[in-house]
Design a protein around this ligand. Structure first.
Ligand code: 2P0
Length: 319
């Protein structure tokens, strides 16, 4: 029986937002993420008479299927293997749109490919493969905290585990404000961001920001982890606003949520935010404050969906 591979989504605390080489997906900066327990992708690959991609039980045509098979074609030629494939994936995310992530999708796909062809790779080698499908997928090989070192070629650009089972009290409240499909993909957004006059100064700060975050994690220092993550996210969104032409993923509800986090902090409820390529906000908090933060968001927003996530595991084979 074909085996299912599970990979969890990760959320970057130090963001990947720019490529040095788009074919090889070599990034312009190193990034650091937290793999989360609540969102994941299960993928199984079997032999078939035609290439087909099924997502959540529905056969896909068009861009998503093309992206899956152009990735698999690269892997087939890399390992000199052939054959038509049926790919079956289930995305375990709260809704169909908005929070789905390519990080778990391409990590699970790279893993399922290796299982299907009986290819045994180290985590670092698997991370390099996943990177070719989607940059952030390189980090979803690991649980806990992972670092994707930018490197300077295919060989040296991969993720490794910083701490797979951290004992820091860090909760991630994923606040779903809007589940509309985003207008600008991450791939396009990060390309346009490079036209900002603040892009290069931001990149110049990457190493120091990364070191500060690593030190904060090693010291179990929630306040510093949170402030550094919030600063880094604001820097990413500042380069979007100042790109030529400028753009933003923020919606009015995003701004309201940012102000609410600042209000909560003023009230002594310590929390911080990070935001990715979409309008939703992720709040970093400690267990003791989850209830107060959730209640406040529920009372300020209509129909808000909040998922309390924490650390998730690395990639695994289910059966
Ligand atoms: C990250 N994001 O580090 C950043 C922060 C979104 C904002 O990685 O073009 O889907 O496939 O390599 O990995 C989303 O970008 O981009 C992303 P591609 P990817 O998590």
């Amino acid at each position: 029986m074909e085996k299912t591979v599970r990979a969890h989504t990760n959320i970057a605390l130090i963001k990947y937002w720019g490529k040095a080489d788009s074919g090889l997906r070599l990034p312009l900066m190193s990034s650091l993420s937290m793999t989360i327990d609540k969102f994941y992708t299960d993928t199984k690959i079997s032999d078939s008479t035609e290439n087909q991609f099924w997502l959540n039980g529905v056969k896909q045509n068009g861009p998503s299927s093309n992206r899956v098979f152009s990735f698999l074609k690269i892997l087939q030629s890399k390992f000199a293997v052939t054959g038509k494939l049926k790919v079956e994936s289930y995305n375990h995310v709260p809704t169909a749109a908005g929070l789905a992530s390519s990080s778990s999708a391409f990590a699970a796909l790279a893993g399922a490919f290796c299982v299907h062809y009986g290819i045994n790779l180290s985590p670092v080698e698997l991370s390099r493969l996943a990177r070719l499908g989607s940059g952030s997928a390189s980090r979803s090989i690991y649980g806990g905290f992972a670092i994707w070192q930018k490197g300077n070629d295919d060989e040296s650009s991969y993720a490794y585990a910083l701490d797979e089972k951290p004992d820091v009290d860090l909760q991630l409240l994923v606040v779903e404000l809007n589940n509309r499909q985003k207008d600008l993909s991450s791939t396009q957004g990060m390309k346009q961001a490079q036209t900002s006059p603040f892009f290069m100064p931001w990149i110049a700060r990457n190493q120091i920001e990364l070191e500060q975050m690593i030190n904060a994690i090693k010291a179990n220092d929630f306040s510093t982890i949170g402030s550094l993550a919030e600063l880094n996210a604001c820097e990413m969104h500042a380069v979007n606003l100042t790109a030529q032409p400028g753009f933003t993923y923020f919606e009015p509800a995003t701004i309201k949520a940012i102000k609410l986090v600042a209000d909560l902090r003023r009230l002594g409820i310590e929390c911080y935010f990070t935001i990715d390529a979409g309008p939703n906000i992720k709040i970093l908090s400690q267990l003791k404050n989850v209830k107060d933060i959730t209640n406040r968001f529920v009372s300020e927003f209509h129909n808000v969906n909040i998922i309390n996530a924490s650390f998730g595991p690395g990639i695994s084979c289910l059966n």
